[in-house]
Write a protein that binds this ligand. Structure first.
Ligand code: ADP
Ligand code: ZN
Length: 438
């Protein structure tokens, strides 16, 4: 499969590291001079821009947090005057007030290059017809992927999110070969395809699914691949850092190749802030090397994953970020035990008969934390299961959840279509304990 930019994606690692070091040195000079926030932050930390002589020196530099962007809302973290901006986006606001992000014309050109690499790694070529069902607008997913796919030469359908019946019509009439959206929305479209008695292998021309913007498991991947008869790849990004285009999977599907000529990715221990060795799980921290408008030093993403620096058989030399295990904000602490959605998703999808639609709820009754999980049955099973087989399924599921998490959960098995569907990022968690406190 073609590699979009062999020179950058297949650089010998020693050259790449040298390239990153000079990028980092340039970044430090740039932000020290152009962003008062960074001048203050670095001075407080006692770090001088010229003091970085090797990549490892990065670990002594201060972090940037989402709160810094919120406190400097909207434009105080920019390294260029606001009138030099060419585009403005915002984060989705999943965890609070959305952050505003700006791009210069050069940033937009670069962003297009990076999303083109991601799309090419997923298998898309100029002959494909790509339906972008991410929301267009302030969310970076839609316009971000759109530009890269267009650069590849694909015929891009800017369908945007929602209006699922029309999505399906477009997919059929325009013979869409690549679907670009959140994995949750792909599930929603699968529901609709089933409701309409369509057979993806015969009635659709889909070959690729490029999914991102939220965590999803390999079990979910297999489900979507089977149901849509496609190859599904994961790609990760976040608005503050650029949007989609940070990293994406190749056909090997063993981690997302990072555009390391543009980003330095570190994995740190979220509690101590200390860097962790390759392969260990921790918080993803990203430093941008080429952004003009909103350069970021050691941005703490709050996402948990691990790095793989082994060679990939696709030919790219870039390190791979493993699937995001969870975002810190999505972790529930139940009776002192950490629970996160992908743990539950893996268990649910290992059981035949269940759908990947689920909701995890935490509550507190009589000073005791409780965990309730609602999951949907596959359509045929809903009617076929009698009370005793339903009880047996619940028992089996309970035992699995207890053995993996150590927590006894209350299970609710619901009929297909009971839980709310999402055109964007799904909400898998409700913590009633926090809601009660408000
Ligand atoms: P928000 O942080 O408000 O959701 P964004 O739209 O910028 O705003 O989303 C970025 C976040 O989405 C990331 O920090 C991460 O938590 C999540 N995300 C994006 N892509 C993926 C992915 N492929 N896998 C898991 N999580 C992802
Ligand atoms: Zn690869």
């Amino acid at each position: 499969m073609p590699i979009w930019n062999k020179q950058k994606e297949c650089m010998p690692r020693a050259d790449l590291k040298r390239f990153q070091l000079s990028g980092l040195q340039h970044l430090l000079q740039y932000i020290y001079k152009k962003v008062p926030f960074y001048k203050k932050l670095m001075s407080r930390n006692g770090s001088k821009p010229e003091a970085v002589e090797k990549l490892a020196d990065l670990q002594h530099l201060p972090f940037t947090r989402k709160d810094d962007l919120r406190q400097n809302y909207p434009f105080n973290m920019l390294a260029v005057p606001a009138d030099k901006l060419n585009r403005i986006h915002a984060s989705s606001g999943t965890t609070g007030k959305p952050t505003i992000v700006g791009y210069t014309a050069t940033d937009l050109n670069n962003w297009r290059e990076l999303t083109a690499r991601i799309a090419a790694a997923a298998g898309v070529t100029g002959s494909d017809t790509a339906q972008v069902a991410f929301g267009y607008g302030l969310f970076t997913g839609g316009l971000g992927m759109h530009a890269g796919l267009e650069a590849l030469g694909a015929a891009v359908i800017p369908a945007s999110g929602g209006n699922s019946v029309r999505q399906l019509t477009l997919m059929q009439d325009l013979q869409t070969t690549a679907l670009v959206c959140t994995p949750s929305y792909a599930l929603h479209l699968i529901d609709l395809i089933k409701e309409n008695n369509l057979d993806p292998a015969a009635d659709l021309k889909l070959k690729y699914g490029l999914f991102g913007a939220e965590p999803w498991t390999d079990q979910m991947r297999r489900y979507i691949e089977t149901e849509l008869n496609i190859s599904a790849t994961d790609n990760y990004g976040l608005s503050e850092v650029i949007g989609p285009g940070v990293c994406g999977e190749c056909y090997v599907k063993k981690g997302m190749h990072i555009n390391e000529d543009n980003f330095i990715v570190e994995i740190i221990d979220p509690a101590t802030g200390k860097p962790l060795p390759s392969g260990r799980q921790g918080e993803v921290v990203i430093t941008t090397l080429a952004k003009q408008a909103l350069p970021l030093l050691r941005y703490r993403t709050g996402d948990i994953s691990a790095l793989d620096e082994t060679t990939c058989s696709c030919g790219r030399t870039t390190a791979r970020l493993q699937k995001i295990l969870y975002r810190c904000d999505d972790m529930l602490i139940i009776k002192g035990v950490n629970i996160y959605p992908s743990q539950i998703e893996e268990i649910l999808l290992s059981m035949p008969g269940l759908l990947p639609h689920y909701l995890i709820e935490a509550s507190r009754r009589e000073h005791t934390d409780r965990l309730t999980i609602t999951v949907e049955l596959k359509p045929k099973k809903s009617s076929a299961l009698n009370n005793s087989s339903l009880a047996a399924l619940k028992k089996q599921l309970s035992a699995q959840i207890l053995s993996i998490t150590g927590i006894k959960a209350e299970l609710k098995i619901a009929d297909t279509g009971t839980l709310q569907r999402s055109a964007g990022k799904a909400r898998h968690i409700i913590d009633h304990r926090n809601l009660n406190q408000i």
